[in-house]
Design a protein around this ligand. Sequence first.
Ligand code: GLV
Ligand code: MN
Ligand code: MN
Length: 413
Amino acid sequence: MLSVSSTRLQRRLVTLSTFGGLPGGGVTRPAWSPHYEEARAWLLAEMRNAGLATWVDPAGNTFGGLGTTRLAGDRPVILTGSHIDTVPEGGVLDGALGVIAGLECLEVLSETRTAPKNPLAVAAWTDEEGRYGSLFGSRAFCGKLDAAKVADMAAVDGERLVDVMARAGFDARQAPEARTPAGSVAAYVELHIEQGPRLEEAGVQIGVVEAIVGVRRSRIIFRGQADHAGTTPMERRRDAFLAAADYALRAREHVVTRGSRRSVTNVGVVHVHPGASNIVPGRAELVHEMRDPDAAVLARLAQECQALADTVARERQIAVEVVPLSATTPALAAPRVQSSIEDACRALGFTSQRMDSAAGHDAQNLAAITDMGMLFIPSKGGRSHRVDEMSDGDAIERGANVLLHTLLALARK
Ligand code: GLV
Ligand code: MN
Ligand code: MN
C-alpha cells in the first residue's frame, strides 16, 4: 500500500515554521507580509523539486499540479490544499499541515509513477485567516469575491490590500479573475488539525467533517465624548469604552442564551481612541465575531446584536455604528467524499468519527463549486491559534496517509 514519507513531511513542516517563526515557538505570518511571501517562494520551489508543475492565480493562490499545468475545465482536477498564512502568534500546523501533506501526497504519486484517471493539484489559498475579510483566496477562486469591495479592503493595522498586493507584484483589482472555470474541480478534500479537544478526548484518530460553521464579523464603533479624565465629573462622562465593554458582556450573554447549542461568539479586537490614561475614551471600536453551522441562526443573532448595540448606545447617550465586515456561508461536506475518507480509514486500520468544524476553512467556499470534504487529526490539548498548537507525529502521518488514499479513491472514480 502506498504511504507518505513522514520524515520528508516533518522536515518541510519544520522549514515552513521558520518563516515568521517566533523565538519562544509558534509563528506570525500574516498574508502578504514579507515572511509570507518568502514562505510562498520556498513552497513554489519545493513543489517544483517534487516534480509538480506550478502556477499562481491573480488572487495569489499558489498551486502545484500532477498531470496538469492549470485548472481549465477540460480535465477536471482532484484538488487538495489549505493555507500557509497564520494568525498573529499562531501555531505551526494550522493550514501548513494541509498544504505540506497535500504536496507530500502528490510527490509520492509522482515518485511511484502512479497515474490516476484525474489530474491532481495542491493549493495554498491566500489569506485564509482573514487579514482582509475572510477566506480571500478561495473566495476569489470560487467566484464569490466582490470586485467593487477590493479597492477599499484594509487590515486592522490599516494597511490597504491594494498596497500589500502591489508590493508582492499583484494587482488586487484583478483578484476576482482568479475565478476557476465551471467544472474544473472534480472534488476537493482538505486535511487540517481539529483545533479543538473532541478527537483527543474521544480517543479517535480521524475526524470526518460533516459541516463547517459560518462566521460573521462586524466592526462596532461607539462614539462618545473625549474629556479630561481628572476634571470631568463622573456623571457627565460619555465614555465610549464603557459602552463597548457593556456591549461585549451583553452580546456574549445573548449568544449563549439565545443562540443554538453550537453558537459561539468572541470579541478579539478592541481599539480605544485617543488611547491615553488621562483622557475619557471618545471612541471605542470592537470587532465582534459569531459562529454557527446554521445560516439562519447566524442571521438572527446578527440582527439581535445590532439591536443590542443600539440599546447600549441609547442607555449611555452615545452614538453607535455597526459595519458588517465579513460573512462566510456554512457548508456541508459531500457524502461521497465523507465515505471516501471513511473507506481510507478502514483500509488503513484507523478509527474515525463524523463531526462538525467549528473553525472556518477554505473548504466551505469550495463546497459551492464542487464536492467537498475535510478530515481532521487530533490537536494536543485541543490547543490552536496559539504558539503551543501541536499534534503527534504519528497523528500527522496517519492524516497524510488517509489524505493520500482518499485522493487516490476520488481520482479513480
Ligand atoms: C480560521 O482559523 C478560523 O478563524 O476559524
Ligand atoms: Mn486558523
Ligand atoms: Mn486553518
